[in-house]
Ligand binder design. Structure first.
Ligand code: COA
Length: 328
């Protein structure tokens, strides 16, 4: 086993987006809605869905290979592969095991994490503790989702929200803190506020089975996220010994532009902190949303290597996880 090290850090990032750009005009063909309503209420202008040849697996693999390349780490150096997803339709084996094999790794620990939109940030918390605890030296953390396959085209409350994509980071040992303490938890009283529409057993028992989809009580989730997550963001800063003034970037889960703005206002984010707004063009990609949002900030020149970022993710469970990181 690797020796314990004082800290962990992000070493590299890679992403893969759904290739098909789906504008609001296409989504509203099947629901009573409008481009204007969707933009005003969610901030979404278009979303990315998988194109020809793309699957959950191809996106996870492409993002992982890019992350390894950017970290300059060989697949054989990975001690662990953690995949956060809620749209891998095989109950077993884990997507992580297959991905580890496809990458050419040499027998790392490999498992999936089911924490929905907060999954990537949970996996990052775990990876950090594994590295600091000496049970792994290099960990690949992947968030991957193919939500278009689990979206009802006719459910007015969700048809316009979700997107497809994958994001991956390589986490490794560091002499200086690169990933701060995770603040995480859940509110089980609201465990069904976001849920799979039908249990698989009921799907199979049905005379005309249809693919289950993600259902949610939108306004319940909206209120919880806007108020409770701002408190979690503040706790994360406090536990890291930082204030909002120390931050360069704010990268919240891309659930709704109004939630992002409400959180930024609640924690009194100063003007110099750049805010991730990937949702406008990508939609909500659940476990993939935080790394995809960071990638867009690099592409647009609003994030630079070494910037200090507050990342916070939340979703079904209701679960949440947040940490401050130095971006690679
Ligand atoms: N198009 C047009 N009107 C719609 C609509 C749609 N797609 N969906 C709902 N409406 C209507 C409602 O019928 C309601 O009309 P009424 O006032 O006449 O009754 C009105 O818009 C407001 O509905 P509400 O559900 O309160 O809207 P909202 O402001 O909460 O916005 C969401 C809806 C889904 C955008 C918002 O709740 C949300 O983003 N929630 C969290 C989402 C999320 O991403 N969760 C995933 C995991 S974190």
């Amino acid at each position: 086993m690797p020796a314990t090290v004082p800290h962990a850090a992000l070493l590299g990032l890679g992403v893969d987006r759904g290739k098909r750009v789906v504008p609001n005009s296409e989504v509203i063909e099947a629901i009573d809605s409008s481009d204007e309503w969707i933009q005003q209420r969610s901030g979404i202008k278009e979303r990315r869905w998988v194109g020809p040849g793309q699957t959950l697996e191809t996106m996870a693999l492409a993002a992982s290979q890019r992350a390894l390349e950017s970290a300059d780490i060989a697949a054989q150096q990975l001690d662990a592969v953690l995949v956060a997803t809620c749209t891998h339709t095989m109950q077993t084996p884990a997507l992580a095991a297959k991905l580890a094999h496809q990458l050419g790794t040499e027998g790392p620990v490999a498992f999936d994490i089911s924490a929905a939109c907060a999954g990537f940030s949970h996996a990052l918390g775990l990876a950090t503790d594994m590295i600091r605890g000496g049970t792994a030296r290099h960990v690949l953390v992947v968030g991957a989702e193919l939500l278009s396959a689990m979206t009802s085209r006719t459910d007015r409350g969700t048809a316009f929200i979700f997107g497809d994509g994958a994001g991956a980071v390589v986490v490794g040992p560091s002499e200086v803190p690169g990933i701060g303490p995770v603040v995480w938890g859940s509110d089980g009283e609201q465990y069904d506020a976001i849920r799979q529409s039908t249990d698989w057993r009921d799907v199979l028992a049905s005379e005309s089975p249809v693919m289950p989809y993600i259902q949610m009580d939108g306004s319940t989730v909206f209120r919880w996220a806007s108020f409770e997550m701002a408190k979690v963001a503040q706790q994360t800063l406090d536990r890291s010994g930082l204030t909002v003034d120390d931050l360069d970037l704010f990268i919240p889960h891309q659930a709704n532009m109004r939630i992002i703005d409400a959180m930024a206002r609640a924690i009194k984010l100063p003007d110099h902190v750049r805010i991730a707004r990937d949702i406008a063009e990508q939609g909500n990609t659940s476990a993939a949303s935080v790394p995809l949002a960071l990638a867009r900030m690099y592409e647009e020149g609003t994030a630079r290597s070494g910037d200090l970022a507050l990342m916070i993710a939340f979703g079904a469970g209701l679960s949440y996880a947040a940490q401050v990181v130095r971006v690679p």
